[in-house]
Design a protein around this ligand. Structure first.
Ligand code: DX5
Ligand code: ZN
Length: 220
């Protein structure tokens, strides 16, 4: 199973975004995590379509779009056209989740289902073969720089075992409060895509990415 670093540009310096993305790509980050907030599903507003359209394709990273928006089916086509490779929608934000997944696949994109810290993993059971990625939020969505919620580890373990029981190889992604000093337990629990904002973009980005890649090598 490939371990993938997904730097979250929410923590980047937007005045130097291109340069910082390039450092991440050169260091071996495979996905670029793009946090979209609508001020409704979460209290904050971040960035959206024109920014994605501007950066997609620049560094050969997979564009991993995390839609923290109400009723995301409204925007699946637009984010797909703007350059998303993976469209992550929140379980809690969808009326008819199956319709949203079908729409994402209809656009030729990979579908991700995200759950908040208070949502049990078992709600995903009917959809385990319907998405290419499952994202477990390990903080409340809406803000970078929060502390990892330890109960997330059990959710990661449960999700990975549900997938393995069915011989499914979907990505298990973890987002929020991941640092170099806790990432091993997250990988040990069964996650393979690691989102990181603060611990990539604060300080020396090249060194931060390198340190994650060195840890990932222990799992090869
Ligand atoms: C939170 C976002 C995260 C955030 C993670 O709502 O979904 O992607 O950027 O930031 P850190 O790594 O700082 O917890
Ligand atoms: Zn995110």
């Amino acid at each position: 199973m490939r371990r993938i670093l997904a730097p979250s540009i929410l923590a980047a310096d937007f005045n130097r975004l291109g340069e910082q993305m390039e450092i991440c790509a050169r260091g071996g980050a495979g996905y670029l995590h793009f946090d979209v907030m609508d001020g409704m599903f979460v209290p904050n507003i971040s960035f959206g379509l024109p920014v994605l359209a501007c950066i997609q394709g620049k560094e050969n990273m997979v564009m991993d779009v995390h839609l923290m928006i109400e009723d995301p089916i409204r925007y699946v086509d637009k984010f797909s056209e703007a350059g998303a490779d993976i469209v992550n929608v929140h379980y809690e934000a969808c009326g008819n989740l199956q319709a949203v997944l079908d729409r994402i696949h209809g656009c030729g994109k990979k579908a991700g289902i995200t759950i908040k810290p208070g949502t049990p993993v078992d709600v995903l059971i009917p959809y385990l073969d319907q998405a290419e990625l499952f994202l477990i939020m390990s903080v409340e969505p809406g803000l970078g720089g929060q502390a990892f919620i330890p109960e997330s580890l059990d959710k990661i373990r449960r999700l990975r075992s549900l997938l393995e029981e069915r011989d499914l190889e979907a990505d298990v992604e973890v987002d929020g409060g991941v640092y170099h000093n806790n990432v091993r337990e997250i990988l040990d629990a069964g996650a393979n895509v690691i989102v990181s904002g603060s611990s990539v973009f604060h300080g020396n980005i090249a060194e931060n990415v390198f340190a994650f890649m060195e840890i990932f090598k222990e799992y090869e």
